[in-house]
Design a protein around this ligand. Sequence first.
Ligand code: FES
Length: 106
Amino acid sequence: MVEPNASTPKRRYVLVCQYRSCARNGSAEVLAAFQSTVPAGVFAGGSDCMGQCASGPTVRVMPDGTWYCRVKPSHIPTIVQQHLYEDHLVEPLLHPRFHPRPDAYR
Ligand code: FES
């Protein structure tokens, strides 16, 4: 259970791919974990394929434009607390295609 320790979260949409590859890797459980813990004002729902099948389960947080990859149910409390309550990206879970690390090209 996530204990909110920040101000009221922004309104957001958390989209969890429920298509083939992601579903085979547990995206239904990821979605259920989000739906049981997101704060009021945040919608969590399933989506069709988001084109990142090799790195699923894929999660997008909108309107932030954040992509998370290889998300497991055990990651949800951290994403909810850090991203949705505290407005900090969960860097280890960011999809590198959309969120390249500054030192990735050195
Ligand atoms: S099956 Fe989930 S991104 Fe394609």
